[in-house]
Design a protein around this ligand. Structure first.
Ligand SMILES: [Zn+2]
Length: 263
């Protein structure tokens, strides 16, 4: 096919996601993004699929239609990201900036497991699932989660495998306390804001005091937490024995404090 430039174009913003920019491009030309892709003869069941997998033909057609540098198109996608790094990037949107989303924007960093505040305007990113927005979230938990998100970002961006493992161990431990199972990377992208915030806050807590100590202070060491501890500290038998001993003493006490307040 011979591809021609569209009547109108919009300039991509820094960090803009391809699917978001295509939606804005379609809107400026008074059509739906699905119609735009059909017009360009690009086979994509859903425009979001292009954010992860795009071929050279599609890159070419999009760049001509939108009148942008072909290099710019893949730079708006996650196509070149390694499988290991993809663990911390959400495959489907789970949060957005309420201020920027209203303007039709969709930015790449919103998909990162560590993203907390919008880099464009500073507004706190909120979960996309309407039913979850009403969950009560304390300011203290938000503040601690923001700190943990910063630690996670530094660990992920610096590429230090050891540091990243340490942060994910903290998440595994937090999941144990909340009786959650599964991949810690997915818990950080949970559509349930309290789960995500609790896990991020645990990362911050792990920076200031050892997790084992946090477990002792929590006094709520149950079977799930025990499993989490075993997985987290499987090479530190003496430490586990000490935790068991003190946890047993603590169980005899009453008035267990709220776990979330301890993280
Ligand atoms: Zn924003």
């Amino acid at each position: 096919m011979t591809c021609r430039p569209l009547p109108k174009t919009v300039a991509p913003l820094p960090d803009e996601l391809l699917s978001g920019w295509l939606s804005r491009l379609a809107a400026s030309n008074h059509c739906e993004v699905s119609e735009l892709l059909t017009h360009l003869e690009i086979d994509a069941r859903h425009v979001a699929a292009l954010d992860y997998d795009i071929d050279v033909v599609a890159v070419d057609r999009i760049s001509i239609a939108g009148r942008i540098d072909p290099v710019c198109v893949p730079s708006m996608t996650f196509a070149a990201i390694s499988e290991a790094d993809m663990r911390l990037i959400a495959q489907v949107p789970f949060q957005a900036c309420p201020a920027c989303a209203v303007c039709g924007l969709s930015l790449k960093h919103w998909r990162m497991a560590w993203a907390f505040d919008c880099q464009l305007c500073g507004t706190r990113l909120l979960p996309l699932h309407v039913g979850q927005k009403g969950e009560a979230v304390s300011k203290r938990l938000v503040d601690r989660a923001r700190k943990g998100a910063g630690v996670l970002e530094r660990a992920a961006v610096s590429g230090g495998a050891r540091q990243l493992r340490r942060t994910l161990r903290a998440v595994t431990f937090a999941m144990g306390l909340q009786a959650l199972r599964g991949d810690p990377a997915f818990a950080l992208q949970s559509p349930r804001p309290n789960v995500r915030l609790f896990c991020l806050a645990a990362i911050a807590a792990a920076q200031s005091r050892p997790l084992a100590k946090a477990a002792l202070f929590s006094m709520g060491v149950d079977d799930y937490a025990r499993v989490a501890l075993l997985r987290t500290y499987d090479k530190e038998h003496r430490l586990l024995a000490t935790i068991d001993k003190i946890a047993q003493q603590m169980r005899k006490r009453t008035n267990l404090p709220d776990l979330a307040s301890r993280i």
